[in-house]
Every structure is written in C-alpha cells, then in structure tokens.
Design a protein. Structure first.
Length: 388
C-alpha cells in the first residue's frame, strides 16, 4: 500500500550558527607608528526560526529534510571590520504546529497565527575584537574574544489541525458520511471498521455566507489509550476545537455506555478535553420512527442531543443550527491550550507509536510568553564587563 501524504509528526535535528571569533589585529599603515589594536568583532550566528505558512497543510516537506543548519558567523578582521552575520534559516510549517524537545519531551513553542515566527534555536553572539579591550594600562591587548557556541537540539514537530468542531465516535458511527453530507469534503466511506485512517477537514456552509470548519478523525475504540485500534495519536487534532460532536449510531446496544467509553478514552489522552462543550448526535436515524426516538431519549446522557440521518438528510439543518449556536457562545471559545510534555521516543525510533509516556505537569503557553534558551556556560563571556 502506498504511503500516505498526510504527515502530522516528524522529528528533525536543528543546529543554530555559532558566533564568529573576534580579531586580534593591529593597525599597520605608512607614517603611522604604533597604530594600536583595530581587531573587529565576529559576526552573529544564524537563528533557527519556526514560521507558520498557510501554503502548507502537512509536514510532508520535512520528512526527507531532517537536518536544519543555520549559517555560522564570520570572524572579525582588521580596521575594526565586523564579520558577516550568519544567515537565519526558516522552518516553514502549517499553522497550528507545536515543537517539543525530542530528548526530554519538553514543550518549546507553537505557531498558531499565519506568518507567526518563533526563534527555535538562537545563534551565538560574535566575539569582541581586541579593539574593545584597549585601556590606559593595556594599550595593545593581545587577545580577543571567541564567539558563542551554537545550540543544537532534536526537535519533534506535531501538527494540530485548526477546526471549530471535532467529530468523536467509534468506527462506523457515520462520521465520514456526515462530513461528506454537509460539506464538500470527500472522505473514504465503506462498510468496514477504520475506513478513515487520517483526519479530514471540511468547511460546512451556513446561512448568509457564514461557515465553520469540521474535523473528522479516525474512530476510537475501548482500550485505545493502551494502543488498541489506531490508538490516540490522532486526538491531537481535536485539542483546538471549540465543540466536540459525539456520534453514536441509533442501533447501538447501549448509547449511554458507549458515550462514557469515549469520554474515558479522551480523559486518558488529555483530561482538559472534557472541559469542552459536548453535543451528542444519534446517527442512522432513518430506521427510527418518532415513538422509538422518544423511547431512546429517555436514557441519554445529560448533554444536548439531536437525532440525524446523513443519508436521508434528516436533522442536518437543526444540527448546523445547534453547532453554530454553541460556536458563538463566548464560554466555548478556546483561549489557551495546555501542552503537556510529549512522550519520548526510544533511540533510533521515528514511530510515534513507540512513545514512552511522561507524567509531568502540562506547560501552559500563552500569547505573550517568552521562549527561554539555554544560557552559555563557556568561559570568556563573564569577565569582559561588556553588555550587549
């Protein structure tokens, strides 16, 4: 079977540029004896910058470009000439991509606005030339400063789809059929389990030219948190959704029990998903009459519910009205997202299914948070008395 082009997880090696060394040079010119020091400063190393690009929808372009190197700064020269700064390198990723440290699982940063740029690894500062160290008692300093070293890190990039409504349900619950009925999306539909192997997005038109985005993820089964079925790896795509639409077929043995199984699997992945607004859609209702619907309604979870049939078009307009009402409720707006540390992959493994789960507290990233970098411990920077 051909490999899918939908890539939402990739591990890359990033390295920023090191700072250029300062120059130890003395002025030499005719008729100017003892010209004194004139060594220039080294250039700054290039940064590794994560940039949100709306032209990308997956991380496929990074699958075969696993090494990202920024340019080193050039060394300073005579006549107080500074070295050339290293060129920054940009990693273009889809909007909604999150970066983690692959060694520790620590959250680094995220880009969730078009064109947003975040410095992932900072380039080293250039060293000072000997011209900066001249004093009344040391008029010919014979030393200069080395440049700061580069930063390097293995980085895991995870793409999380941006959608308003996320579909949650068991396999063959009618999620893909619903998406194809109310949007122009064409997901694969068949009468066997796990037809959907990758998330699908659809733009659902509403009244007066308005619309919202719906995300369909592969089906969840009991024990998915333990790796059964397709596991929980695709649940990252509904973390940003404002509303979760649970879909359970009308012919299920126990709708109440299936609903709580789905809730339990969501809580195993991220307990904060339970804080989102939930709506229950009883699908495949073209086989029911009004009497059966009233009977089923007596034993349903305490959440807003609606009976629908994607094939017959029954209840779809009312469903869109209900979703639109919940989406415009200020209490359902997603303000911040807590990114818990990811699981660390074993060495020499690229498969996210091999993750080792961490139990650390989640790191909450706000809009105005700063990204902290590892400070340089190399000798030579603290004894100059110079501030940049």
């Amino acid at each position: 079977m051909a490999e899918s082009n939908f890539v939402d997880y990739v591990k890359i090696y990033c390295r920023s540029g090191k700072g250029g060394p300062g120059s130890t040079h003395y002025h030499r010119e005719k008729y100017i004896p003892r010209g004194g020091p004139d060594g220039g400063d080294g250039g700054k190393g290039g940064d590794v910058i994560l940039r949100a690009n709306t032209n990308f929808w997956t991380l496929l372009h990074l699958r075969y470009a696993r090494h990202v190197f920024a340019e080193h700064g050039a060394s300073g020269t005579g006549s107080r000439s500074s070295g050339k700064s290293g060129q920054d390198i940009y990693i273009d990723v889809p909007v909604g991509t999150v970066a983690y440290n692959a060694e520790t699982g620590e959250f680094l940063c995220e880009v969730n606005k078009p064109g947003q740029e975040v410095i992932l690894l900072k380039g080293g500062r250039g060293g000072l030339g000997n011209w900066n160290f001249r004093t009344a008692t040391n008029q010919t300093p014979r030393f200069s400063q080395p440049g700061e070293p580069m930063e390097e890190c293995n980085v895991v990039l995870e793409m999380k789809l941006l959608a308003d409504v996320g579909l949650v349900g068991f396999p063959n619950a009618g999620k893909s059929t619903l998406l194809s009925s109310i949007s122009a999306a064409k997901p694969k539909i068949a009468d066997y389990a796990f037809t959907t192997l990758e998330p699908n997005l659809g733009i659902v038109p509403y009244r007066d030219g308005k619309s919202f985005v719906m995300a369909d993820i592969p089906g969840i089964i009991e024990g998915a948190s333990e790796g059964r079925g397709l596991g929980l790896r695709f649940l990252r795509h509904i973390e940003r959704n404002s509303v979760l639409l649970f879909m359970i077929p009308a012919d299920s043995k126990n709708i109440h029990e299936e609903y709580h199984i789905l809730l339990n699997e969501l809580s195993q992945y991220n307990p904060e998903l339970l804080d989102k607004q939930r709506i229950l859609a009883i699908s495949k209702c073209d086989m029911l009459d009004e009497e059966l619907m009233r009977e089923i309604s007596k034993d349903l979870p305490d959440v807003p519910y609606i009976f629908i049939s994607s094939v017959a078009g029954f209840g779809l307009t009312e469903l869109k009205d209900l979703l639109w009402k919940e989406l415009n409720d200020e209490s359902n707006r997603v303000q911040t997202i807590s990114h818990r540390p990811i699981a660390v992959l074993p060495k020499n493994s690229e498969d996210p299914d091999d993750e080792i789960i961490l139990e650390d507290e989640p790191y909450e990233y706000g809009i105005n948070d700063d990204i902290k970098f590892i400070e340089n411990d190399e000798p030579g920077w603290e004894d100059t008395g110079k501030n940049y």
